[in-house]
Design a protein. Sequence first.
Lengths: 266, 466
Amino acid sequence: MRIVVCIKQVPDTQKVKVDPETGVLIRNGIDTKMNPYDLYALETALRIKEKTGAELHVISMGPDAAKAVLVEAMALGADDAWLMSDRRFAGADVLATSFTLAQGIKTIGDVDLILCGKQTTDGDTAQVGPAIGEVLNIPHVSWVRKLIEADEKGLTVEQEMMDSVAHVRLNYPCLLTVEKGIFEPGLPSYLKMKEARKKEIHVLNMDKCDCRDAKRYGLSGSPTQVEKIFEPTYDLSSVRLDKTTEENAQALFEKFVELKVIEGGK
Amino acid sequence: MRPFKKIDVQDIEVLRTFVPADRFFVDNIHPDYSHDEMMIYGKKEPEVVIQIKSAQEASNIMKYASEHNIPVTPRGAGTGLCGGCVPLEGGIVLNTSLMNRILEIDADTMSITLEPGVLLMEVQEAVKNAGFLYAPDPGEKSATVGGNVMTNAGGMRAVKYGVTRDYVRGLEVVTPTGEILELGGKVAKNSSGYSLLHLMVGSEGTLGIVTKIIMKILPSPKKMTSLLIPFDSLSSALKTVPEIMKLPEVATTIEFMEKEVLDDAQEFLGKEFPNRNYPAYLIVSYSGNTQSHIESMLDMATETAMKCGALDVFLSDTAERQESIWNARGAFLEAIKNSTVEMDECDVVLNIDQVAEFVDYTRECSNQYNVRVRSFGHAGDGNLHVYICKDELDDETWKKTVEEVMDKFYIKAKELNGQVSGEHGIGHAKKKYLEDSLGETQMTLMRNIKRVFDPQGILNPGKIVD
Ligand SMILES: Cc1cc2nc3c(=O)[nH]c(=O)nc-3n(C[C@H](O)[C@H](O)[C@H](O)COP(=O)(O)OP(=O)(O)OC[C@H]3O[C@@H](n4cnc5c(N)ncnc54)[C@H](O)[C@@H]3O)c2cc1C
Ligand SMILES: Cc1cc2nc3c(=O)[nH]c(=O)nc-3n(C[C@H](O)[C@H](O)[C@H](O)COP(=O)(O)OP(=O)(O)OC[C@H]3O[C@@H](n4cnc5c(N)ncnc54)[C@H](O)[C@@H]3O)c2cc1C
């Protein structure tokens, strides 16, 4: 059995800072780290590996510096690491990112299970996981908060659905995105870390992918145009509605119309 | 002097005038005032509780109390572990926890001036926000700094930074007869006669009431990283400690723990520990200013640990990882307490190369007496906390067992040239062991010192010495 965990390197800060002039993320001088959700995905993979003896690969798309998170993943127990790095991958949106990662996973080959974090702490879209599943045309379940069973054939998982909980059985090959807290992530072994630094990381460029159509990758494969990136402003203000239910409902409706949350009168 | 005077209506009338009504309690005294965190050592209710807000108030109360032979017991947050703040003779409990202002953080002298009721977590936070380090780091963050000074509290960072005493530069103290003294100050050193300041530190409220504290603060290291090092037995973990201590860089922290205690902590917190399946661990932390400096320390410690038989070395290098191991470590005492109906504690300190022998001995006793014993502690200081748990034992067997086993622990500690308490103090619970350990000459000197400060013996009677 073979498992692949997708890992992204993100800025090590609670608040993402944006250059107000250029609208570009300020990455200089900021330490980086493994996307926290991916630690949970990796730990889930390690538990399944413990049970099934699966082979565990990690993959990341990013610049050369992203090797650091792959080394860390190996120190945590991954067997092998893959970096997707190519100038032609730059400027990717969710569609191109997922397409690229799916190509990498195909190159690894014979993959039974793909694990992603629920979301990242920088891009934050929570779309890459399911999108990889769609590209590969395999079943996928998001927001998994509990692994109920893992065997040679497939998995039974518990999925958090906001107002309900679903138990889902999937056969391999399949993909999960996991919630924080599914398992407590372990600590990296300092000894394995030193070994991993010497170990070769497989670097994949477009030429090593199944699809070599440059229009599917990077900026040219990205239909989404990000118009502007800005820091979210938090100007919370609260209005207290404490009349009758009907009056409150009317007041709430008018407020929503005023704030253009919904259109009025139609 | 015994017998002390019971507080009567007239006393209450006068005492009431020293503080506003909302800080004076007679009939509606909260039951917590009758004990600290170790109820096994017994409870005793005060007759009056007064919450003071100034040295002058303390002075007025002490003057009246000494004129009328009324016992007074100072109290901070009541998190002590040896009955120190329990009013054994009734009388007045004088609570300093409302004196909770931080008066000054002075970067030019690297000192902080504060009132005794400021909580440890508050002072740590305030000093951190000012860009410095408050170095002492006892486990219970809701203790007061006054309590910490009076018990000379230790904690997790003592290997590198020492204990609370090492940071006290000045104290304002109200004597049992009501005088207000200024001891020391902001000065960094002091060779001016006997150090009354250091006599006061660790005196557990038997020599004076602390009303103001000046402490040293340090520049804050930029990074702190911990190693979690697993071993196949506690004894091989503990034997590694002296080797790590010999390295050219001093560790900030060296703690030991066993799987059983970790299991209790996981259950207590309802949270998994980030590492499983090893019988024993050391946690070794290093602090420094650059990644490469810290890494060189980690390399040396790793190499040493592996030579001593470590099974692996795990890295805790992010805020989340540090939280997951230190939250577990911080919960040990409460977790053991939670795992049984009653327990008793032994807080001996030994030469650091003899901790392993002592722990093995506690195991033998545990087997011999058929009683559950748990331990964890500050391996780098030779200070361990050993707990005897009641579990299923009936009251009679428990009383007998705990007494016999404790006696054996303290006798063994003395044989190894250890001391009765590493950081929790003597209170009234450990008095007997102190006498056995120090012998008549030292005890007489201590009693005489107590008499000089407190001729009538009204301040915290029954603690440390009689
Ligand atoms: C500076 C900057 C500029 C950007 N510019 C554009 C732009 O011009 N147009 C646009 O559409 N989008 C842009 N993005 C967004 C970018 O496309 C997303 O960051 C990327 O698609 C990943 O999405 P996400 O971070 O939201 O991942 P999520 O969907 O939140 O991640 C879920 C999971 O997918 C996996 N995953 C995600 N990314 C990777 C990766 N790189 N390698 C391995 N696994 C991964 C991880 O397991 C992760 O936990 C930009 C982002 C940044 C930070
Ligand atoms: C979970 C837990 C973990 C702990 N971890 C540690 C640890 O790591 N290291 C450690 O050393 N201790 C530890 N302790 C013990 C305890 O927190 C310390 O002894 C602490 O210093 C007590 O402070 P307090 O404010 O609660 O004092 P109290 O318990 O109220 O009093 C302690 C003693 O100080 C005297 N006193 C208090 N305030 C004054 C004052 N203003 N003037 C004169 N005398 C005064 C009292 O009379 C009493 O004798 C722990 C306790 C718990 C419950």
